[in-house]
Design a protein around this ligand. Structure first.
Ligand code: ADP
Length: 399
């Protein structure tokens, strides 16, 4: 069965057509600037040249119409007709407490996703637009919602309740939800497969390090704690997000700088993190180059980034009593030997001992620890689209 995987942002739409039989990607692409002047599709069919389609796309429905016609285009498409699409899998950012796994989308599910809009006001509305567009254009094809938050619904209460008045949890659903769940689930399962062990017997810490970053403790295949919280702002230092800070800093800055809440929110989300510390860039590649050239603030930003990751790994090791595998993924985790080394060299006390030669790997699955019986350190490129396709296939088959 071919599965179409859809990931809608407010003005973008990423898609992949995956043949579930052998997990190969038949076609993929990105629609940019939906509803904005200059909208276009970059479409790649495996084995064919990239096509760029520049056309007015006022909404997600029009964008999807053009995506579908690209997928079945005689010249540069991947399949002959829409009948060859067996199911559609949608990435949905927030499933609140309602969804602890992926589900077939029906009216009740749509209502529940809408009910989560206040928890993810920037993300759930475009996800819903994508689902509605598909429903209109492919009314008879089963659709599945795969939530970023679902994997973390196994986190126990002592790890998800904030030390605030308890009524805020009851009234406003304020709690830790966690994000990047599809990625943490995928890489922890791959790690178990690579080790040839049942995930139920393993304690794994997964580090998804990219522009947005999070660490998760995966015990016996279940998330028991994660660094992102009520929103993706908590936890690690990120490209432009602060991660954990003393909350009292917020009213202090508002008063000193005479700024309102929207401005401080903007500072915490878009002007902080390694960008804020370095004053130069949010891009880790840039920062590594500049730090090597001797820039102190770029070096400081990377050191602070690594130290925050170390804190979480050590905390999760303590929670699980031991770690069998430490997994790196995301743009930085998969590619940066410098960051991986900066993290692991401070974790020798936990028997996390890196092999510096093996660590030179970039962007592919590898074991990078010394083979001396300690924690297995691994690089596992994430593949959220494949995870979404697998979950979609399994639900579509069991309908
Ligand atoms: P997002 O959270 O937007 O999905 P990614 O997971 O794609 O982000 O990660 C993007 C980050 O990965 C960028 O900061 C980029 O500099 C970094 N990155 C990519 N390749 C390398 C590399 N070879 N060395 C260091 N950082 C890298």
């Amino acid at each position: 069965m071919n599965i179409l995987v859809i990931n809608c942002g407010s003005s973008s739409l990423k898609y992949q057509l995956i043949d579930a039989k052998d997990e190969s990607v038949l076609a993929k692409g990105l629609v940019e600037r939906i509803g904005i002047e200059g909208s276009r599709i970059k479409h790649d069919t495996t084995g064919k040249e990239r096509v760029i389609i520049e056309e007015v796309m006022n909404d997600h429905k029009r964008a999807l119409e053009l995506v579908l016609s690209s997928i079945i285009n005689e010249e540069y498409g991947a399949i002959k007709s829409m009948d060859e699409i067996g199911a559609v899998g949608h990435r949905v950012v927030h499933g609140g407490e309602k969804f602890s796994e992926s589900v077939i989308i029906d009216e009740e599910v749509m209502n529940a996703i809408e009910d989560c809009i206040e928890l993810a006001p920037l993300h759930n509305p475009p996800n819903i637009m994508g689902i509605q567009a598909c429903k209109e254009l492919m009314p008879n094809i089963p659709m599945v919602a795969v939530f970023d938050t679902a994997f973390h619904q196994t986190i126990p209460k002592e790890n998800y309740i904030y030390p605030l008045p308890y009524e805020y949890y009851e009234k406003y659903r304020i709690r830790r939800y966690g994000f990047h769940g599809t990625s943490h689930k995928y890489v922890s399962q791959r790690a178990a497969d690579i080790l040839g062990k049942d995930i139920k017997d393993l304690n794994i810490v997964t580090c998804h390090l990219g522009n947005g970053s999070s660490v998760t403790a995966v015990q016996g295949g279940k998330s028991i704690d994660t660094s992102m919280g009520f929103t993706p702002l908590e936890g690690l230092v990120m490209g432009t997000r602060s991660g954990d800070i003393d909350p009292a800093i917020i009213p202090f800055i508002m008063e000193k700088e005479n700024i309102d809440f929207d401005e401080v929110n903007d500072i915490l989300n878009k002007k902080s993190g390694v960008l804020g510390i370095s004053g130069i860039s949010s891009d880790f590649r840039d920062l590594e180059d500049i730090a090597i050239a001797g820039n102190e603030r770029a070096k400081l930003a990377l050191d602070i980034f690594c130290h925050r990751v170390i804190k979480y790994i050590a905390a999760y090791a303590a929670q699980m009593c031991s770690i069998d595998a430490l997994v790196f993924t995301g743009g930085v985790g998969e590619n940066s030997d410098i960051i991986r080394e900066g993290i692991c060299e401070n974790l020798v006390c936990l028997n996390i001992i890196m092999d510096h030669e093996l660590n030179k790997v970039r962007g592919k699955e590898a074991i990078i620890s010394k083979n001396i019986g300690g924690v297995t350190i691994m690089v596992v490129p994430t593949n959220e689209e494949l995870m979404i396709a697998k979950e979609t296939l399994s639900l579509a088959n069991n309908r």
